[in-house]
Design a protein around this ligand. Structure first.
Ligand code: NAD
Length: 255
């Protein structure tokens, strides 16, 4: 560690966008607390291996964003391990398919507990431990952040809620030198979107890619680099914003 070394906590970093972000940070000398959810089959050690191979440093920490004590302990790990916390990235999320008629209160609440309240818990725990300013990013989605999505009302509501949350947090924490922004990914090839039951699956992604102006779905690294930009000093005057990362998916007019 040098005085310039920055430290990040990333939820959901054992796979997909979160894993790519830990690697992005490793290349830039940012140490990561790699959040992993034991209920999922992802391998956090693979993230750590990629971080180490990139010349970076990180530690794996189990966190369930549905639990405030768990998220608080996660953010605290940054202080215990590295003595500081600069960036908090609320990336963890779940996606479930549910027609409105089958949307029980339990399904609704389970979704919001992870995808909206989980973001609040992460931003709250992270900002409480940032003593020298900092930056936070929450991961929304074009589903909710831009579009509606049939049979995914709970997911879309949570992801839209993230945008209001981030604006409010940004307004509140600006005076403390803490910025807060959101990314709004389009279709990104990760375990979440490769799930054919709750999302598009491999064939659906392939077809959808042909409709995207950029000609394909996105890679996790292409969202991670934008999150990295938003937490970096290059974005020192950007706060309360939401940046769409979708290869032009949402700007294409359909006849
Ligand atoms: P992913 O499934 O690989 O990543 C999600 C991560 O969240 C997983 O590692 C999972 O273990 C973790 N997680 C789930 N429940 C958790 C809990 N209770 N506590 C802690 N961690 C938990 O998929 P991804 O696409 O990399 O997802 C990252 C974020 O991007 C999510 O918020 C997702 O909704 C969002 N997103 C993804 C896409 C896409 O096309 N892949 C599009 C828009 C938004």
């Amino acid at each position: 560690m040098t005085p310039e070394t920055r430290v990040a906590v990333i939820t959901g970093a054992a796979s997909g966008i979160g894993r790519a972000l830990a690697v992005h940070y490793a290349h830039r000398g940012v140490h990561s607390v790699i959040g992993t959810f034991p209920g999922d089959p992802h391998d956090p050690e693979e993230t750590l291996r990629l971080v180490t191979d990139a010349g970076g440093q990180g530690v794996v920490h189990e966190v369930d964003v549905r639990s405030t004590p768990s998220v608080d302990a996660f953010a605290e790990r940054a202080l215990a391990e590295y003595g500081r916390l600069d960036y908090a990235v609320a990336n963890a999320g779940i996606l479930r398919n549910s027609p409105l008629g089958e949307m029980t209160d339990e399904r609704w609440e389970d979704m919001l507990d992870v995808d909206l309240t989980g973001v609040l818990r992460t931003l709250r725990a992270g900002s409480a431990r940032m003593t020298g300013g900092g930056a936070m990013v929450a991961v929304s989605s074009i589903a909710g952040g831009v579009y509606g999505w049939e049979e995914h009302a709970h997911y879309a509501a949570a992801k839209a809620g993230v945008l209001g949350l981030i604006r409010s947090v940004a307004a509140e924490l600006g005076p403390r030198g803490i910025r807060a922004n959101a990314v709004i990914p389009g279709l990104i090839e990760t375990p979440q979107s490769l799930d054919p039951v709750n999302s598009l699956g491999p064939d659906g992604l392939q077809r959808a890619g042909l409709e995207i102006p950029w000609g394909r779905v996105g890679r996790p690294e292409e969202v991670a680099s934008v999150i990295g930009f938003l937490t970096s000093e290059d974005a020192s005057y950007v706060t309360g914003q939401s940046l769409i990362v979708d290869g032009g998916l949402t700007i294409k007019m359909r006849a």
